[in-house]
Design a protein. Structure first.
Length: 469
């Protein structure tokens, strides 16, 4: 059944009964010699070294304006509902920092900075138990990594706090580290690039696996003097993990166990509405440029929806019961999939920590995986592929190079990580033993935010850590 949120977006793109949707208007506006110019082709891309759209190069600016007005109307409607129940003193919504969440749970907090080889400055969070530990027993080092548009706080939001995976592992005596990928609110620095520049946002999850994770691994292992660590990733955190272990096989020896929560590699059977909607319009080579006018901040490659004020407004709206049952329900369920295990009481907190900085290129890369039916590198177009990869098409990631033990926890109601795609991925992990624990009728986010995670997720993970120790 199509949710209200999905219906609105579909009408914007395809049009209502009169057939005057965005796609029809774009094709009509872009015709040259009677031929449609292709989906979203609203600017000039002929010049070499194209650096983005300029207002003078837009053939039909009212199309972009129309979409912006549609978004504005929807946003205004949501804000109208918000202000019915809240005073302006409630803005910005009091989103908790990871430090506050950790310290409120009675643990000490440390912030660490690590710089990647390509210059991004990442912030890592260290959860330290304030109670005495048995120093004769070596602590197991664990690195937890968030998913798309997330941050380290995702592993600290469960209620009660004892259900948080990070706290659960810390209570069990593990040395817990929380990572933050480039571009989010904690990892926004760079040694020489401005965050508002197009160059800063020129990355996808490929760079997260080839640069961010190696930097985090090396830093944590050196700091703790541990020979290995356990890596736990959720969603995009698993994608980056598979990139790391296949592109840099030497890191397999530095990882004791790779845990994949809602693992994402192949997306052929994904049912996530936004992905299905946008994937047909992601063309190789021009994909990021074509998407930027609609889904990026002007002049950069930062994903448009990754804005702090959007997170705060969404969180404030979801704190109101009526909005929680309508707007929040439709949006979150459409994007991630909902189930009986979904903890709706956490939606305001989830929205607070969601919509963190991410690049449009990251979304485009996922769309390319769906279109190509292959888990492969970013498609830059034939000429650029030849320069970067030495072949007209991008090379695939070799999952057979993953040799560290893998423990994945997929679910049947996951709209992004479909069980058919997960099974295909597991079958290609021929270089290691892959253990699958199906979470049943759970959704994409339920493995972190859902009800009953202690029994279904936390306990099995801790048991696997002990077995591989």
């Amino acid at each position: 059944m199509e949710l209200p949120f999905e219906k609105v977006l579909r009408q914007v793109f395809s049009g209502g009964s009169n057939g005057c949707g965005l796609q029809q208007r774009l094709n009509s506006a872009g015709r040259k010699g009677g031929q449609p110019m292709g989906p979203f082709l609203i600017g000039s891309f002929k010049r070499e070294g194209y650096k983005g759209l300029h207002p003078k190069r837009i053939r039909n600016p009212d199309l972009v304006l129309g979409l912006c007005l549609s978004i504005f109307i929807l946003s205004s409607s949501a804000l109208g509902l918000v202000t019915d129940g809240l005073t302006w003193n409630n803005f910005p919504y009091p989103c908790s920092t990871t430090r506050k969440l950790v310290e409120d749970d009675g643990y000490a907090f440390e912030s660490h900075k690590v710089t990647t080889k390509d210059g991004y400055i990442l912030e890592m969070h260290h959860v330290i138990s304030t109670t005495s530990q048995n120093t004769s027993v070596p602590q197991q080092t664990v690195l937890l990594q968030h998913g798309l548009m997330g941050n380290s706080a995702h592993y600290m939001l469960q209620s009660p706090s004892e259900n948080c995976l990070a706290i659960w592992l810390a209570q069990a005596g593990c040395d817990v580290w929380l990572g933050n990928f480039r571009g989010n609110c904690y990892s926004s620095g760079h040694t020489y690039l401005d965050q508002q520049s197009r160059e800063y946002w020129d990355f996808s999850w490929d760079e997260l696996g080839r640069y961010d994770l190696p930097a985090m691994f090396d830093y944590v292992l050196e700091y703790t003097r541990s020979p290995k660590l356990c890596y736990i990733g959720h969603s995009m955190g698993t994608t980056a993990g598979f990139v790391l272990f296949s592109e840099k096989p030497e890191y397999n020896t530095k990882c004791q166990l790779f845990v994949g929560l809602a693992p994402v590699c192949y997306l052929t059977n994904a049912e996530m509405f936004l992905l299905k909607l946008l994937a047909p319009y992601c063309r190789p080579g021009l994909a990021c440029d074509l998407m930027c006018p609609l889904f990026s901040e002007w002049g950069t490659g930062k994903f448009l929806l990754c804005q702090e004020w959007m997170s705060e407004c969404a969180a404030a709206a979801c704190a109101i019961p009526f909005c929680q049952k309508t707007i929040c329900s439709s949006a979150i369920c459409s994007l991630c999939g909902c189930s009986n295990h979904t903890n709706t009481d956490l939606w305001d907190e989830i929205c607070c920590q969601f919509m963190q900085g991410s690049s449009t290129k990251t979304f485009v890369h996922y769309a390319q995986v769906r279109n190509s039916d292959k888990f492969r590198k970013y498609d830059r177009g034939t000429s650029e592929n030849l320069k970067c990869y030495g072949s007209p098409t991008p090379p695939t990631y070799s999952l057979s190079k993953v040799t560290t033990p893998v423990f994945i926890l997929p679910s049947n109601q996951d709209k992004l990580s479909n069980m058919k795609d997960v099974s295909r991925m597991a079958n290609e992990l021929t270089g290691t033993k892959c253990i699958v624990s199906n979470l049943g009728d759970s959704g994409h986010m339920d493995c972190i935010f859902g009800k009953g995670v202690t029994t279904a997720v936390n306990e099995p993970i801790l048991e696997m850590i002990k077995k591989t120790q």
